[in-house]
Design a protein around this ligand. Structure first.
Ligand code: FAD
Length: 594
């Protein structure tokens, strides 16, 4: 047991023990007492959209970390407290007589507000607060500073800024701790006498309290959450899905969470030198499954169960060895380090813009395009910034139907439907698959706002990351980062190029499993007799999946070539008008008359 301060280590974006700058700092203080804490924050539980698949991934990560803590010290575990940090932190710091509060820096808009509040509560009690970057290759705030205080809107800007930080080279990963100090005595840890109502009186609870946009509720309220600060068993246990109001039967993703699994996955790739050395993102097939063509480490990086710096350095070691052996090494940005730099680019942009990065109105880097269907914005209560009121402006009701059919995977374009069904079922699709469905929903067919698509991704992706999701949706819809709107993906030719046999479609749209490959991407063109022989009639809008004992798959919901031309014309017009999200005409709603 150390001789140093009593330390509260607050896990959030860093569910790992390896390469954690914040945890390493906490342990370097030689704590006499260490409490590893997780606050089950209602903002994420109730405010953000989230699928059973993502919650399951998170809970698996929490369980894994808790087990690893216990393996280092049998008295240790992840102490899960079921209250908003802003409400409960003062009480915990006082009761456990904490001297230093340590956590990994989080630059997400909500997290900054929450952390500012918690920091001022802690400092008010005389507690030292230490927050260290570890979620990205480079500290996102530093990147912005080195980019002249501006958001990084291109890879070049990111790379140039990073060169001014560490010569463009991230810090080496830190060692995993080998031992842990004890937590406080059991009687000190016991919070069962705590008056929950009293805790609830003070501090902020969720987005509403910080004047952030009101979003659809994620999960239904759960009474065990409301009452038991230490959990129903009064043991700070990691929550079960049921306690979170989630039916375990809704977990359909095969992808598993946790540092142990994440590091095994990383290792398996690192051992494959040819895979690492020749990786070029545009050459990986979005139609591959079991195994998929890319690493699928994104959910691990989202929850911090794999360190991005370890990923970077393990890959660099392989590349270095290959260079020595004069073997092929692909370059940035298409190689794996390049992918991680894209991630840093979006994190830095989000760090600079704040919560308005995730919305069309008020967003200074997003071109404003008057889509058929988009979120309505009103002035925020406190600072007057625009916030969505959760309603939608619809200038073509047909687009609502397009949106519904896109989300439900019944557009009649098997490539798009297969991807959307894979997304819902498994919580992950390949990057180029995300390209295909995002382009199709926005500028490449439906002409629906990118925000609506981003909401569906927010709900279903297990790797949902506010910065990467909003940034990539803006890229694909040509509202920011990318502007070549005339380059559009065909919902027929794109899939066919990668998978002429249609294996991917057959797997995720099983009603088409028997179709000849000639028709697999355009089943409505198959003769009726063949449709019968192959056991699926192409008719209707996909709401009925069976008719008189025969399977049914819908006809295409529109003529793609017609929609393509329509979108091109409309986007060209919007580009000519040239509004951005923070333009007065957008903020005042005057755009509706333009
Ligand atoms: P790999 O190809 O193995 O890449 C390694 C890592 O690099 C990924 O795990 C990821 O952390 C990072 N990375 C790769 N491409 C990107 C990229 N374009 N932007 C940012 N980081 C990248 N990624 C998310 O992590 N969360 C999201 O919410 C998200 N939403 C997206 C929405 C759309 C519309 C699009 C087009 C892309 C989105 N991406 C998102 C980026 C990308 O598709 C995923 O990171 C990638 O597909 C994850 O699979 P992987 O781990 O196998 O990637």
């Amino acid at each position: 047991q150390g001789q140093g301060p009593r330390v509260l280590y607050w896990f959030r974006t860093d569910l790992r023990l390896h390469d954690s700058p914040a945890l390493t700092h906490a342990l370097s203080l030689d704590p006499s007492v260490l409490v590893p804490l997780w606050c089950w924050d209602p903002h994420y539980v109730y405010r953000q959209r989230g699928s059973a698949n993502r919650w399951n991934f998170l809970v698996s990560c929490m369980r894994d970390v808790s087990g690893s803590l216990a393996a280092l010290n049998p008295r240790q575990k992840l102490h899960v407290v079921r209250r908003a940090p802003g409400k409960v932190m003062a009480e915990l710091l006082r009761r456990w007589r904490i001297d230093v509060l340590v956590f990994e820096k989080d630059t997400d808009a909500y997290a900054r507000l929450r952390d500012d509040e918690v920091t001022s509560i802690a400092e008010g009690l005389g507690v030292e607060v230490v927050s260290l970057s570890g979620r990205t290759l480079f500290d996102s705030d530093e990147v912005v500073r080195m980019n002249g205080g501006k958001p990084t809107m291109s890879m070049n800007q990111l790379v140039n800024a990073s060169k001014k930080i560490g010569n463009g080279i991230p810090q080496k990963p830190l060692e995993t701790p080998l031992r842990l100090p004890d937590p406080p005595e059991d009687h000190e840890l016991d919070l069962s006498d705590l008056d929950a109502d009293k805790v609830d009186e003070g501090g902020s609870n969720e987005a509403m309290d910080y004047n952030l946009p009101q979003r659809t509720l994620g999960q239904k309220k759960n009474t065990q959450y409301e009452t038991g600060i230490m959990g129903p068993a009064k043991d700070f246990g990691v929550p079960t899905l049921e306690e979170m109001g989630i039916d375990p039967a809704d977990v359909t993703s095969p992808h598993k969470g946790g540092e142990t699994i994440g590091l095994e996955v990383l290792k398996s790739y690192i051992e494959n030198s040819d895979y690492i050395g020749t990786f070029e993102k545009p050459k990986t097939a979005p139609t591959d499954f079991e195994p998929q063509a890319t690493t699928l480490l994104s959910p691990h990086m989202h929850f911090g169960s794999v360190s991005v710096r370890k990923f970077w350095w393990d890959v660099q070691d392989v590349l270095e060895q290959r260079r020595k052996e004069k073997k092929h090494v692909s370059g940035e940005p298409v190689n794996l380090p390049g992918q991680l730099l894209f991630r840093d680019m979006y994190f830095a942009t989000h760090a600079k813009i704040g919560f308005q990065f995730g919305q069309a109105v008020g967003n200074s880097v997003a071109r404003f395009i008057p889509w058929h269907l988009q979120l309505n914005y009103v002035k925020g209560d406190q600072d007057g910034k625009p916030v969505s009121d959760g309603t939608y402006l619809v200038d073509d009701p047909q687009a609502e139907e397009y949106f519904r059919r896109w989300k439900e995977g019944r557009t009649g374009f098997p490539w798009i439907d297969a991807l959307m069904r894979q997304l819902k079922l498994e919580g992950w699709i390949h990057h180029l698959g995300r390209h295909a469905v995002a382009c199709f929903l926005t500028r490449g067919g439906c002409y629906v706002s990118w925000e609506r698509g981003a909401e569906v991704f927010e709900e279903w992706l297990i790797d949902h990351e506010i910065a990467c999701n909003a940034g990539n949706w803006m890229w694909l819809s040509c509202t920011a980062f990318f502007s070549q709107f005339y380059r559009m993906y065909s919902p027929i030719a794109f899939g066919k190029k990668w998978d002429p046999e249609g294996h991917f479609v057959r797997r995720y749209v099983p009603e088409l499993a028997n179709f000849d490959k000639k028709y697999i991407y355009e089943p409505h063109k198959a003769p009726i007799a063949d449709q019968k022989a192959w056991g699926c009639a192409i008719q209707g809008d996909g709401l009925k999946i069976e008719e008189k004992g025969t399977k049914v798959y819908p006809k295409p919901m529109f003529d793609f070539n017609e929609r393509r031309q329509f979108c091109l014309d409309r986007i060209k017009e919007a580009y000519n008008v040239g509004l951005y999200g923070d333009d007065e005409r957008v903020l005042s709603g005057e755009w509706k008359k333009l």
